[in-house]
Design a protein around this ligand. Structure first.
Ligand SMILES: NC(=O)c1ccc[n+]([C@@H]2O[C@H](COP(=O)([O-])OP(=O)(O)OC[C@H]3O[C@@H](n4cnc5c(N)ncnc54)[C@H](O)[C@@H]3O)[C@@H](O)[C@H]2O)c1
Ligand SMILES: O=C(O)C(=O)C[C@]1(C(=O)O)C=C[C@@H](O)C=C1
Length: 296
């Protein structure tokens, strides 16, 4: 019999990400022998029971984390600190606490003050997701061929990093260790700014329709439709991401605004060379993502 990486994994917040982790463990028991789920929304707990994706569903966080050798926080980034405070006195000595939050500096700052000295925290961020949320949205192959970024703190032990690395690699992910601030900057440009732009462009189109009483949205072409997929993402999750990575997002937004202004100038002065080169850069980026198998 092969042994599992963890004996008892507790997922707090079994929504899109948490339920995908549970589903993957159910398929591959070398990840964990036993799984426990807890959510502060009783409807989510009931749904996880109906879906039968966890071995046990707890109605309180204290029982959920007791005896777990790994606790995974998959809640919105704005409540990571408060949840850690709630569970901290009940964490098992030697347990690993990890999270899946989309921002890292703020999550680490929120969690660390509540961390018991004999618990190791390994901050992680699976770069995989969809516009859907909740336990029905998850699926076991979500993390396959996706990056999982690991951003250790000075207190994270090498042993814990190795275990979490093995865990995510068995989930099908490629792993990379990243500096915390660097992570937040990179994610601001590749994930947070695109969402900000998608939400904003939908709002602009909507208010234009109201102002002109026209049918702007009826004729939405596929370019706009692609933005609406991203813009249909969860409001709580994204409100928290924007507020918790504000410095990096505002910096990337300022740079984007400068580049958009440069494009506006090129269009005004019919600078064909600048316009063509900008479009070609976009095409090259798309091609490199396809070559790296990050786009189907
Ligand atoms: N959606 C994505 O594409 C994606 C990708 C990577 C990482 N993440 C990150 O992973 C985390 C989870 O995202 P998700 O998309 O799975 O969200 P989700 O909304 O699908 O699930 C979050 C769950 O947390 C629960 N929750 C909220 N507050 C709680 C609390 N105080 N105590 C217990 N449970 C609570 C909610 O009821 C919900 O079931 C977030 O931090 C997010 O930033 C999301
Ligand atoms: O695929 C999507 O729709 C996502 O929004 C996933 C996505 C992203 O922007 O790529 C969203 C947030 C994350 O923290 C990681 C991944």
């Amino acid at each position: 019999m092969t042994s599992s990486i963890f004996h008892r994994v507790t997922v707090i917040g079994p929504g899109l990400i948490g339920s995908s982790i549970l589903r993957r463990i159910q398929k591959d028991r070398s990840l964990a022998t036993y799984t426990v789920a807890y959510d502060n929304n009783p409807d989510v707990c009931n749904r996880v029971k109906e879906l039968q994706i966890a071995d046990e569903v707890c109605s309180d966080p204290e029982t959920a984390v007791k005896d777990a050798d790994c606790v995974i926080l998959a809640v919105p980034v704005g409540v990571m600190g408060e949840v850690t405070k709630q569970i901290a006195p009940y964490l098992q000595k030697g347990a690993i606490l990890t999270d899946t939050g989309s921002t890292k500096a703020s999550v680490i700052a929120a969690i660390e003050p509540h961390l018991p000295p004999d618990v190791v925290f390994v901050p992680t961020h699976p770069m995989a997701g969809t516009e859907f949320s909740g336990p029905d949205a998850g699926f076991e192959s979500l993390f396959e061929n996706r990056w999982c970024l690991i951003t250790p703190t000075p207190n994270t032990t090498q042993e814990a990093i190795d275990k979490i690395t093995e865990f995510w690699q068995k989930m099908g992910s490629n792993t990379r260790i990243l500096d915390i601030k660097h992570h937040d900057k990179v994610c601001a440009i590749v994930s947070h700014l695109p969402h900000l732009i998608a939400f904003t462009i939908c709002n602009t189109a909507d208010s234009l329709e109201e102002e002109t009483r026209s049918e702007v949205l009826d004729y939405a072409a596929s370019g706009f439709r692609d933005f609406t997929r991203v813009a249909s993402s969860d409001p709580t999750m994204w409100r928290d991401v924007f507020i918790n990575n504000r410095e990096a997002i505002l910096e990337m937004l300022a740079r984007f605004t400068e580049d958009a202004q440069a494009m506006a100038k090129a269009i005004r002065w019919k600078d064909e060379e600048y316009i063509t080169e900008t479009i070609q850069k976009g095409r090259r980026i798309r091609k490199s993502l396809i070559d790296n198998k990050q786009v189907q």
